[in-house]
Design a protein around this ligand. Sequence first.
Ligand SMILES: NC(=O)c1ccc[n+]([C@@H]2O[C@H](COP(=O)([O-])OP(=O)(O)OC[C@H]3O[C@@H](n4cnc5c(N)ncnc54)[C@H](O)[C@@H]3O)[C@@H](O)[C@H]2O)c1
Length: 346
Amino acid sequence: MQNNVLRAGIIGLGSISRVHVDALEKLESAEIRAVCDIDGEKLEKAVRETGAKAYSDWRELVNAGDVDIVHVLTPHYLHAPMSIYALGRGKHVLTEKPMATSTADALKMIEAADSSASTLNVIFQNRYNDSTQELKRIIDSGEAGRLIGARAVICWHRTSEYYAQADWRGKKATEGGALLINQCIHTLDLISYLCGPIKRVSGRVSTGLLKDAIECEDNAHAVFEFESGQTGVIFASNNFCVDAPVMLECVFENGVYQLWAEKLFRLVDGVPTLIARGSDAKELGVKSYWGAGHLAQIKDVYDCILTGRRFSIDGRSAFGALALIEAIYKSSETGAWEELVKPTGE
Ligand SMILES: NC(=O)c1ccc[n+]([C@@H]2O[C@H](COP(=O)([O-])OP(=O)(O)OC[C@H]3O[C@@H](n4cnc5c(N)ncnc54)[C@H](O)[C@@H]3O)[C@@H](O)[C@H]2O)c1
């Protein structure tokens, strides 16, 4: 760390890396020192664009000694081993979602962060949308009153071509699932962030239109119970004709609130009124369904590390969404209600 600047190393130079590079280039608190990919073409392109040092071996990047924070932007199954290795060598880690493909691996990451002087941070950029923040403020202020229930509807369009672009996708061993762990995880994270922790779930997953393209689910539905005793439902599909805006409805005793992608509405007698409009992802040149929160989250992570402030989305905070997904997969197999695994030390 030099002059209030963190030296970043990026591992994985695929589609999401552009968003991280753009954010880091905008931050005075960041300098991209090193980039790594096993794909030589992507590596060369990133070196041309950033001027950073190239690595084809991620362990060499971690051990090189001139990087303070490692961005882990690789396929899901690599998040845990790469994060644990980097934390063990005193590097801060910012990993893309999901933090791991299983709660067992996620617990090992939390343990590695607990025994390191460095921090584990997980990307859930939608928590940083202005509309999410406004709803969080309304709920935390008590003005919404008691929670009654919640529902999420996630209908996106994923084709066999999307899965053919990267061979780790759609497979249990490398993606850890499909629809729930990749596309739905952001919304499942927001449910607990806004409405409180979830205790147990009963859910089903199935593979519909993508049966010949993927090994895991492209459709899912679930009913879940919060620790507070209230319930909620989730409907999700990757078989829709377009990437529809995700809808998360939170019903409170004093009001019904709906997040539609980056916009927040309050419903009065079923009629929606816009009360917060987040940044438009498309205007920022980011895919609309990714949202526009990466810059704000990455800035927050860097500010926290540089000032010693505790970062809010650490391993324990990110754990709940993964635990919910794992419990839905398990419930789909057993046909029973399944309790969510809890992180240790809470
Ligand atoms: N937050 C979001 O909204 C968002 C959006 C898209 C992707 N993501 C996440 O970002 C991660 C990457 O997704 P993507 O779409 O960019 O995938 P991708 O397949 O486009 O890129 C992954 C990259 O990792 C590289 N890689 C694989 N093994 C490696 C290794 N051992 N060492 C170094 N590099 C290696 C691949 O060559 C590839 O370039 C995933 O976790 C995904 O869920 C998050």
